[in-house]
Design a protein around this ligand. Structure first.
Ligand code: SF4
Length: 72
């Protein structure tokens, strides 16, 4: 999600009211997660669930059940 479309975005301050970050690229999101922790990344971020899967390979897609066709 683009922050500018989010109700939690403060347009005057040009930042998230919740103090979250929303990296646009996967590499940036992974670096943020490694340095600041996964909780610093917005729950609406496009890469967050993939990073959860990297950190917890036993729980791909953020712990959600994986369809057999998706696991192949
Ligand atoms: S970081 Fe997330 S919650 Fe904050 S403004 Fe952006 S999309 Fe909204």
């Amino acid at each position: 999600m683009d922050c500018r479309d989010c109700a939690r975005y403060d347009k005057e301050a040009a930042k998230c009211r919740d103090g979250k970050v929303n990296p646009q690229r996967y590499e940036h999101a992974l670096s943020v997660a490694q340095v600041m922790g996964l909780r610093s990344i917005c729950v609406f971020n496009d890469h967050r669930e993939r990073i959860v899967g990297v950190r917890h390979p036993e729980r791909p897609a953020g712990g959600l059940p994986v369809r057999p066709s998706a696991a192949e």
